[in-house]
Design a protein around this ligand. Structure first.
Ligand code: FES
Length: 150
């Protein structure tokens, strides 16, 4: 590696930061202090820089999440299609957790997001990388049962 690429804060390393954070999150599930320090060390950036970038983007998780992260869309189309509030309330009651929380068995985390780019087939939610649309409470029940069966 070129010596000028090893300077602290080098723009080349900065440009790799989002990708490195994404990979670390994929590997560990969330960005712990240890993971952030490791990324900072590998890219020769300060922990403060890495932490401030990670905490800025909602894509990155700074605390542990469940095996399945349920993200219910609260965007306008889903809201108008009677989805957002109804589904969030339904999932809160069904899972016994609030938005931002994880079930005691660490299986489900419930989150809300603004748009899943499925407005035409709203209401929608995403579980990890899988998108579910045209949701009803029965469909949500079937999805949860399928996930619990593994
Ligand atoms: S508003 Fe819900 S998918 Fe776009």
């Amino acid at each position: 590696m070129s010596p000028q690429l090893t300077k602290r804060g080098d723009p080349v390393f900065r440009s790799m930061l989002l990708t490195a954070l994404y990979i670390a999150q994929e590997r560990y599930g969330y960005l712990s202090e240890e993971a952030l320090k490791h990324v900072a060390n590998q890219l020769n950036l300060s922990y403060r820089d890495v932490y401030s970038t990670a905490s800025f983007y909602s894509l990155f998780r700074m605390k542990p999440v469940g095996q399945y992260v349920i993200q219910v869309c609260e965007g306008l189309s889903c809201f108008l299609n009677n989805g957002a509030e109804r589904l969030v309330d339904y999932l809160r009651k069904k899972l016994g957790i609030d938005v931002g929380e994880t079930t005691a068995d660490s299986v489900f985390t419930l989150e809300t997001v603004q748009c899943l780019a499925s407005c035409g087939t709203s209401p929608a939610m995403r579980v990890n990388d899988e998108l579910y649309d045209k949701l009803t409470e029965d469909k949500v029940d079937a999805i949860l049962e399928q996930l619990m069966r593994g």
